[in-house]
Design a protein around this ligand. Sequence first.
Ligand SMILES: CC(C)(COP(=O)(O)OP(=O)(O)OC[C@H]1O[C@@H](n2cnc3c(N)ncnc32)[C@H](O)[C@@H]1OP(=O)(O)O)[C@@H](O)C(=O)NCCC(=O)NCCS
Length: 178
Amino acid sequence: MALVEISLVPPSTADDGAFVAYATDLVNRVYTDAEKGIWREDTDRTSPAELAGIVRAGQLAVARLDGQVVGAVRVQRLATGEGEFGMLVASPEHRGIGLGRRLVEFAERWARERDLATMQLELLVPQTWTHPVKDLLHHWYIRLGYRPVRVARLADDYPALAPLLATPCDFVVYHKPL
Ligand SMILES: CC(C)(COP(=O)(O)OP(=O)(O)OC[C@H]1O[C@@H](n2cnc3c(N)ncnc32)[C@H](O)[C@@H]1OP(=O)(O)O)[C@@H](O)C(=O)NCCC(=O)NCCS
């Protein structure tokens, strides 16, 4: 795919209010649509303060198409030693052209370069019904080499988020050896 560049955002960009607002809006816009039915109305995925913190920690990578930010992913090293990616988004106007795959490949390269042996991701899923977006993502992650290793109740591991849920949810932890 031509003219797409993926790179880590320099930590000092956390002070760039316009960038932080744009990236926050992209993540929230994408998740509002992708996680419809999972959260109570008006629940945002992130906030400018949280996103700025992620940038300042050197954990946000963005995809730029002709200079415009069209996708993002958060990468981090977990205290347990795995690499993890999350907050994976491609702008709705640029879907299905390989942005998602390129962002995941970037995250995996990032982890390999840090000698991390395992990549982790978490997928939030309703306990009692199949969410179509999550179902597609599950099959995509399997195609990319990820396997479920643990299922946990969101309310147990992230109690602060439980009151925001519109439906009881589990999260499934996936691992891929790198
Ligand atoms: C997940 C996401 C980043 C993927 O972005 P994308 O740019 O569409 O990704 P790609 O173009 O690389 O396509 C990803 C896969 O979906 C498939 N796909 C794309 N559009 C599709 C469609 N309309 N129907 C079915 N499959 C489709 C592609 O074939 C590809 O599979 P492959 O890599 O095996 O070929 C994007 O859908 C998104 O932002 N989703 C909402 C946020 C979200 O749920 N993030 C993940 C939370 S864990």
